[in-house]
Design a protein around this ligand. Structure first.
Ligand code: SF4
Length: 358
């Protein structure tokens, strides 16, 4: 067994950007809102940050668990660089403990610096450019965990003209969010798990208000935000919980922010049946009626509620089939071609994949 000091020889072990030194060689991590108090030689809740000699180190600096070019619609981002692809990457572990995690092979694996391999920020940006990707995305497990390294990648990526985004549970601190914004991150997809009770019961006692605060602040900072609510059978699929999410959405991020209701499938330690499509359709209609301009269904292949409709005249504006855009009718100045309603799109459509204009 290695002594903790010996871990410092590995490139993936790096002093953390966000923490506070405390008395008695303790540290407080300020990367996510768990704000773990970490004694000497111990790790925080996520097991990726270790106190060595009174300093906090990340154990996952540039340690990638997956790397793949993916369509932006899969995140899902529906109003952000439509049709583009992002070089997408992840590391290990998570600051949440959801028992239905779809990527548990990554999020439940703890890092091991001795068997890690380090990727440099320059190399990732180079791969994205050579692979003809339009952006960079941290996803698969919780990207907050990778922030110390991701901000370096984003700085270089932005200079080279790539967009930069996170697919996150939104539980980072405001300090971390500002750091990401300053590094060039401009796309932020936030998974909202349900109401306060859902977070207490299934997300290790996390505070849902911190997630909505980050969504609101991200909007204020000018980031592109989309909200996703994974609707899990007999967990957060009752009308009261759906209404709570819809009302919070309208209050904190406003009607123009897309809201996706995604279908759950059994995974990891949770085996309830997949979400009923009728429940998702009900959520969609409730959101629409309450005033959300762009509600969507996710994980229901070929459903008409995957499309973008004009909130004023109901014209079909973007037709999707799964993660592919098959028609795109929004004008170059981002308006409905029929009634002139402005449609919020960040970036521009990328026509590298098959879709027709008009
Ligand atoms: S990232 Fe969050 S869970 Fe991990 S050590 Fe820091 S405060 Fe704790």
């Amino acid at each position: 067994m290695l002594k903790v000091q010996e871990l410092l020889q590995y490139s993936t072990v790096h002093e953390a950007l966000l923490y506070e030194k405390l008395k008695g060689d303790k540290v407080r991590c300020s990367l996510c809102e768990r704000r773990c108090l970490i004694p000497l030689n111990e790790k925080g809740f996520c097991k990726t940050r270790l106190n060595i000699d009174g300093k906090l180190y990340t154990l996952v600096y540039g340690d990638l668990s997956a790397l793949e070019s993916r369509p932006i619609e899969i995140k899902p981002f529906f109003h952000y660089w439509p049709g583009s692809t992002a070089l997408t990457f992840s590391t290990w572990s998570c600051n949440f403990d959801c028992i239905w995690c779809q990527n548990h092979h990554l999020s439940k694996t703890k890092p091991n610096p001795a068997s890690s391999s380090y990727s440099s920020p320059n190399k990732i940006v180079e791969l994205a450019i050579n692979g003809n990707d339009d952006g960079l995305c941290v996803s698969f497990q919780e990207p907050t965990i990778l922030t110390d390294w991701a901000v370096q990648v984003f700085k270089i990526g932005r200079e080279k003209g790539l967009y930069c985004c996170y697919v996150s549970n939104g539980y980072m601190t405001l300090e971390a969010l500002r750091l990401l914004r300053d590094s060039g991150m401009d796309g932020f997809k936030i998974d909202v798990k349900g109401d306060a009770e859902t977070y207490q019961k299934y997300c290790g006692g996390a505070d849902v208000e911190k997630v909505w605060r980050n969504a609101r602040e991200a909007k204020r900072m000018g980031l592109h935000v989309e909200i996703v609510n994974l609707v899990v059978t007999d967990v957060n699929d009752d009308e009261e919980c759906l209404r709570w999410v819809i009302e919070k959405h309208l209050k904190e991020v406003g009607p123009e922010t897309p809201l996706h209701f995604t279908r759950y499938y059994p995974s990891y330690k949770f085996h309830n049946s997949p979400t009923r499509v009728e429940t998702l359709e009900k959520a969609y209609r409730m959101a629409k009626k309450a005033g959300v301009s762009y509600p969507y269904l996710g994980n229901v292949h070929g459903h008409g509620y995957e499309n973008t409709y004009c909130p004023r005249c109901e014209e079909l504006l973007i037709k999707r089939l799964g993660y592919t855009i098959t028609r795109y009718k929004i004008t170059d100045d981002k308006k409905c071609p029929k009634c002139g309603q402005p449609i919020p799109i960040t970036g521009r459509p990328i026509r590298k994949r098959r879709f027709s204009l008009f």
